[in-house]
Design a binder for this molecule. Structure first.
Ligand code: PMT
Length: 224
């Protein structure tokens, strides 16, 4: 029997990488495939939620018609799209791997090769989760992700506080089979009340289910 425990919930999910243009043919990006975000998005729709997706450039098969879907490239575009619907949402899940820096200027023509070295000046991008976290409304649930290569748990917990998340999902990058691109993941989930869950290595669809169970334990869910 199909569960409909998320019926009536409006959920925004950011997913995939962002691309920060250097010139018309080059960009700075990362290895996010969108799989973790898409697993969450489909689980939520299966369970009755109405889901808004704001996705960076991804190459996995998706059924866009099941969602309110917006494609973006840069962090700035992702921020604009997310911000425009944020206030109507019950739950926001930030799975996107957003580039923290992008070229300060985008060259209008393809940069030519020369004999000397070259450098690209980077400017800091907007932090989407932190900015929307500052305008989080009463009752809204914000779920963040963290990708760390050192001091993982301490860094994840400080991100939880700094970005005003209710939950943060830490990918175990050191774990074989976890993180970017793969179909499996292994995570730690920390809540703002200090609770901590550890998953086993499992398909991203199962990790998504676990995250939804943690959302249902948050105080705003219980009050709603
Ligand atoms: O897409 P897959 O291949 O399935 O891989 C999944 C994943 C590893 C990309 C995903 O599970 C994940 O961990 N996403 C977050 C990666 C990341 O950028 O983490 P972070 O520690 O840099 O950022 C912390 C949080 O702030 C994240 O929720 C991120 O979406 C958000 N953020 C970060 C920077 C920024 N400028 N804006 C943001 O919103």
């Amino acid at each position: 029997s199909k569960k409909s425990d998320f019926k009536g919930k409006k959920v925004l999910i950011t997913m995939g990488p962002t691309q920060e243009a250097i010139d018309p043919v080059r960009f700075i990006s990362n290895h996010s495939s969108g799989k973790m975000g898409y697993s969450l998005a489909t689980s939520l729709v299966d369970r009755g939620a109405e889901v808004w997706v704001v996705s960076g450039p991804i190459h996995i098969p998706v059924e866009k018609s099941r969602f309110h879907w917006t494609d973006v490239k840069s962090a700035e575009e992702m921020f604009t799209a997310a911000k425009s619907v944020h206030d109507q949402m019950d739950i926001v899940i930030f799975t996107a791997a957003v580039a923290d820096y992008g070229p300060a200027e985008v060259a209008s023509e393809k940069i030519k090769k020369s004999d000397s070295e070259m450098s690209i000046l980077l400017k800091k991008n907007v932090d989407i989760a932190q900015s929307l976290g500052q305008s989080k409304m009463e009752g809204q649930i914000h779920v963040g992700f963290a990708l760390e290569t050192e001091n993982e748990k301490v860094n994840a917990q400080s991100k939880l506080e700094r970005k005003n998340f209710d939950l943060i999902v830490l990918n175990s990058m050191k774990e074989k089979g976890a993180g970017f691109r793969l179909d499996t993941n292994k995570v730690h989930i920390f809540s703002k009340n200090g609770e901590h869950e550890e998953s086993s290595l499992a398909p991203k669809s199962e990790i998504a289910t676990l995250i939804l169970e943690e959302i249902k334990k948050t105080e705003h869910w219980i009050k709603a």
